[in-house]
Design a protein around this ligand. Structure first.
Ligand SMILES: [Zn+2]
Ligand SMILES: [Zn+2]
Length: 286
């Protein structure tokens, strides 16, 4: 447990209706000695929903920032966290589903904001169109149902209000499919993994891993100005090819940058091997 440090005994607000504090509170307590609080009466669905009733305005970063600001304003605390996720095809493996998580920390006392992101293929994100009575066993096994909930809507209707969320029993699911297919012109229901954190343990675990990274970064002060939150903000390519030694696109250095004073440090990435696979080299494998 951190007994000193920039956020020891401080309270940090997070706006969430989906119990994300369950993932974030422990790393923040253990690594920073900080307490997480959830203000009531913030409807985070107004910032966008996964199921399309409310589409997200702007980028993930904008949405997370708006949530952190709402938490700060609702509590009067100087520290707020906003969390945002999105799900879809993996950026480099189009047939694999990926989850992208973003966690933003806003510090009004020291006057800075930082965020951490991660892309993971460990997601149960998937969907299936079906009719009442269809065999969904494979699909449901892939989702992790019933420990992971699903949502059901009429197929082919975007922004549908006729949506059942948080379904975690076979009887409820059959009823929702029956109802949704009756509302759809083609008689099809769309079943999707419910990506809200409190009904999706896989997503909750991803948010937990990311909050460990965020807490560790907040425990690190900038060598230039002493403000917390010093850490890697980008990576720099150029890892040499194992065969010809020419630089490749693969990351060689990590750039750490202070979001307040701009102090920078380049750190060699801890990785083995120290060279790139020639398959990644434009000279050896054009
Ligand atoms: Zn600094
Ligand atoms: Zn090469």
């Amino acid at each position: 447990m951190a007994s000193t440090g920039p956020y020891h005994n401080e309270t940090i607000a997070i706006a969430t209706m989906h119990a994300k504090e369950r993932a974030i509170a422990k790393p923040f307590r253990q690594r920073l000695g900080a307490v997480i609080t959830v203000p009531s009466r913030i409807d985070t669905d107004t910032f966008g929903t996964f199921t399309g009733e409310v589409s997200r305005q702007g980028s993930m970063l904008d949405a997370a920032r708006a949530k952190a600001q709402a938490a700060i304003e609702a509590t009067g605390l100087p520290f707020g966290i906003g969390s945002e996720g999105s799900f879809g095809p993996h950026p480099s493996l189009p047939f694999v589903a990926a989850g992208r998580e973003l966690l933003l920390f806003s510090d009004r006392r020291h006057g800075f904001e930082i965020h951490e992101t991660m892309v993971t293929h460990r997601t149960n994100y998937q969907s299936r169109e079906c009719r009442p009575g269809d065999d969904l066993r494979d699909f449901l096994a892939g989702v992790g149902f019933p420990s992971h909930a699903v949502a059901v809507a009429p197929a082919g209707v975007t922004g549908s209000r006729e949506l059942a969320k948080g379904i975690s029993s076979a009887a409820e699911l059959a009823k929702a499919i029956q109802h949704a297919s009756g509302m759809s012109r083609g008689g099809l229901a769309l079943v999707v993994a419910d990506m809200r954190a409190h009904v999706n343990p896989t997503r909750m675990a991803a948010i937990r891993a990311l909050s460990v990274r965020l807490a560790d970064r907040l425990a690190t002060r900038c060598p230039g100005c002493g403000v917390p939150g010093f850490g890697a903000t980008s990576i720099i390519g150029g890892l040499p090819c194992a065969w010809c030694g020419e630089p490749t696109q693969l990351a060689a250095l990590e750039l750490k940058r202070c979001s307040r004073c701009g102090f920078e440090q380049q750190i060699k990435m801890e990785r083995s091997p120290q060279t790139a696979d020639p398959g990644q080299c434009e000279h050896c494998n054009p």
